[in-house]
Design a protein around this ligand. Sequence first.
Ligand SMILES: C[S@@+](CC[C@H](N)C(=O)[O-])C[C@H]1O[C@@H](n2cnc3c(N)ncnc32)[C@H](O)[C@@H]1O
Length: 304
Amino acid sequence: MAKQPATKPDFENSGAMRSNKGSASGVRVYVGDCRELLPRIPHVRNSKVDLVFADPPFNWSRAYDEWRDNMPRNEYLDFTYDWLDLCIGALNEDGSIWVNIPDDTAAEIVIHLKRRGLSMVNWCIWHYRFGQNTTSSFIKSKVHALYFCKDPESRTWNPTEILEISDRASTYFDPRTQSKRDGMPAGKRVPMDVWYGPYWGRIQGNNKERRHQHDNQLPEVYLERVIRATSNPGDLVLDPFLGSGTTGVIAHALGRGFIGTEYSKANARRAFERIEQGPVRLGAAADAVTAIHKPRSRRQPVAP
Ligand SMILES: C[S@@+](CC[C@H](N)C(=O)[O-])C[C@H]1O[C@@H](n2cnc3c(N)ncnc32)[C@H](O)[C@@H]1O
């Protein structure tokens, strides 16, 4: 295990913080290293988790509050495989796991999950504008959102919870979208596997969602899509790298139980407060239009 500061509050000292709001399972936030905490949390140990969302440190020397984000590569990979195995063990037989990860470790995670017998459902891309400027290579503008499940037949999948307006309806005014027979409402579709659009940018500047002292906060719309599509109200959601708490905020607002672990005590406290305050954009991406071409002008719009 990589050397991290020895002054970490341990599980017994910090315990669990509970919310009285929300579903029967409530919200629990634990402070410490997820590799030590997860095996001690009963719902995790007993494989009662329905959905895992993990946005780990990328090992990019980011200035996290307490975590040292600069492990030797081999240690980082061991760390990655360790927390992945704990999260896989936490899932029930119908459970799913999402991992938010950049290019440099996506392949290793995909192979590890496959070796552990999980099935890939989608390899999604979160595309954002305003990546770090560079002239020595193409500018990075994406992170991978890897969606795996234990059992493709029994996984939870709620497509009607996350629909958007199709390009045929918004842009090409194609009447065939009104009579399609894919089970989805006329003019709408399940989003594509590249995610972008209004509210999908990195959270920075004066963004309404922004929490101070977090420079790697995910947008609420991202977690709303994941949680709505791949869990049900009353399900249990786990995030081993809570950060500013985005997963917990959305899970709690949507009536899911939530367990989060976070290495920084200050982050954990702020995340818990944010979860209690609730989201600022819930529902903002509903029925979005993500077409990249201007609407064709010669035909009249087709009402969705
Ligand atoms: C990329 S951030 C997560 C951001 C989060 N998704 C959000 O929207 O705010 C990673 C977080 O994991 C925490 N962390 C790093 N290593 C950890 C570990 N071993 N156990 C628990 N938390 C850890 C860091 O302190 C940091 O807050």
